[in-house]
Design a protein around this ligand. Structure first.
Ligand code: HEM
Length: 175
């Protein structure tokens, strides 16, 4: 049997759910401060040394030019066979030599937590929408309403069946 690391990485739909969630609910911002005057090639625009450049990742993630039907939660767009976006339009962890050093760790932890929960419980969305507030140009959840039930057949659930189970879980229609 594969180890937990390989098994988690094999859960493609789970990975897509995490990627789609941080596309829609970007909670951190990205900025750069040039150490010298920097001319943007072909534009005639100079960014002065010391000026703060904010990269609007939240807006980029919800721009229909980058993601079709951008306000819809659709994990399928992050399945390997469907990925169609320019990688520089999706920056939840930044990019380049100063990107997030915690990216792999945090994604792995989130997936492990979700798997542990979905193995034990069934989650049903409710009609009550999640409420958010804005902080640092990103969205933070104020309240999340879910109905939770115990999953009784969990001891028979094999890793192979888990991605299918996650797929059903995250596709549930509101009740
Ligand atoms: C979902 C969780 C997280 C998100 C969305 C996130 C996002 C980001 C973003 C957008 C940046 C700026 C990247 C850039 O400017 O290109 C960043 C930087 C950074 N993150 Fe994270 N992060 C997360 C979790 C973590 C964790 C768990 C750690 C540590 C264990 C971590 C450590 C860092 C550090 C040290 C930097 C600065 C890197 C540098 O300036 O060289 N992050 N993160």
């Amino acid at each position: 049997m594969a180890d937990t690391y390989d098994s988690l990485n094999a859960l493609k739909y789970l990975n897509a759910v995490v990627n789609e969630t941080i596309r829609l609910y970007q909670g951190s911002k990205m900025e750069r401060i040039p150490s010298v005057d920097y001319v943007l090639k072909g534009t005639g625009i100079t960014i002065k040394k010391g000026h703060v450049v904010q990269i609007p990742t939240f807006a980029m993630h919800r721009d229909p030019a980058n993601f079709a039907d951008p306000d819809t939660f659709r994990p399928e767009r992050f399945l390997p066979e469907n990925i169609a976006h320019n990688p520089y339009t999706y920056l939840p962890f930044g990019v380049g030599p100063r990107n997030c050093i915690g990216m792999y760790m945090v994604k792995w932890m989130v997936k492990l937590a979700l798997v542990s929960l979905v193995q034990r419980y069934v989650f049903y969305p409710t009609e009550k929408p999640v409420e958010f507030y804005v902080v640092n140009g990103g969205l933070m959840p104020k309240s999340v309403f879910l109905k939770i039930g115990k999953r009784v057949w969990v001891q028979h659930l094999l890793w192979d069946g888990l991605d299918h189970c996650l797929c059903r879980t995250f596709r549930h229609k509101p009740i």
